[in-house]
Design a protein around this ligand. Structure first.
Ligand SMILES: Nc1ncnc2c1ncn2[C@@H]1O[C@H](COP(=O)(O)OP(=O)(O)OP(=O)(O)O)[C@@H](O)[C@H]1O
Ligand SMILES: [Mg+2]
Length: 256
């Protein structure tokens, strides 16, 4: 069953076509990667899927319903949650507080609940505290719970972003270049985490340049080049696809 259907999506910025009639499906339960050279349109596509941009043409169906035109928080509340290409943590909050922020959309509350602290609000707070601890354990950051997010090494900040995204109980998690800036060890650790997230029943769609990560975790890969989808298949098929090799060799980076 397809959890996400991207249908003929085109995005034009003035004269530039960032996405050109892109279609693909993400199967429920999959780890699916979108790859392509710099400027191929990967982040633009994520911006459209997550409701940050409305496409010029085309449609995005999540769980069978169109999410085009919905605000980002509305898309997130359906279970489609993303992280960003550049780390976006609250630097002055602690690691645990950053995860608590992720629960925001699934908890009720407001100023009244904070001041009067009715029984349900206290119960909910305890639940958030427990789940926060569980998520920090899951990504291996329990010992850093009370550190400022800013004080974490970059690799751990990436894991914290994953924990915060999981707090929103996603059905589909979009990761935009989660391994950017990570060393080999941190990348391997991230790959483990992505596989464990997937094993919890979360479908994963990731954009990534690090081919060691993509080839290890992705079961299916869609390739963009100059906004167009030029190939799709298993890691084995993509590795040997002549058009994909040409796109990478012709670009500014090698398919390392
Ligand atoms: N808001 C915007 N306005 C105008 N042009 C944009 C905008 N966003 C992206 N673009 C252009 O669209 C093209 C695709 O950009 P995008 O960021 O989607 O690429 P990408 O595949 O994510 O690249 P990278 O691998 O470097 O992150 C680029 O030429 C970019 O300059
Ligand atoms: Mg990008």
């Amino acid at each position: 069953m397809s959890l996400l259907r991207v249908r003929d999506v085109t995005m034009r910025f003035g004269g530039l076509t960032a996405n050109d009639h892109v279609s693909f499906d993400v199967e429920a339960g999959a780890i699916h990667a979108v790859i392509g050279p710099n400027g191929a349109g990967k982040t633009t596509l994520f911006n459209i899927i997550s409701g940050f941009l409305a496409p010029t043409e085309g449609d995005v169906l999540f769980d069978g319903r169109s999410v085009v035109g919905l605000a980002q928080h509305a898309v997130a509340s359906l279970g489609l949650v993303r992280t960003y290409q550049l780390v976006q943590l609250f630097k002055d909050l602690t690691v645990a507080e950053n995860v608590r922020v992720g629960f925001h959309r699934v908890t009720r509350g407001g100023i009244g609940a904070a001041l009067l602290r009715p029984a349900w609000a206290r119960a909910q707070e305890r639940e958030v505290t427990d789940k926060t601890a569980e998520l920090l354990e899951f990504v291996g950051l329990s010992a850093q719970a009370d550190s400022k997010a800013d004080a974490l090494p970059y690799g751990q900040q990436r894991l914290l972003e994953v924990a915060r995204a999981l707090a929103a109980s996603p059905k589909l998690l979009l990761l935009d270049e989660p391994a950017a800036g990570l060393n080999v060890q941190e990348t391997a650790n991230l790959a483990d985490t992505i596989e464990r997230v997937n094993a919890r029943g979360v479908t994963v769609l990731l954009v990534e340049h690090d081919m060691s990560l993509v080839m290890r975790v992705a079961r299916r890969i869609s390739v963009l080049d100059f906004g167009r989808k030029i190939a799709e298949g298993t890691p084995e098929e993509i590795k040997t696809n002549p058009e994909v090799l040409a796109a990478y060799l012709g670009g500014t980076e090698a398919a390392a």
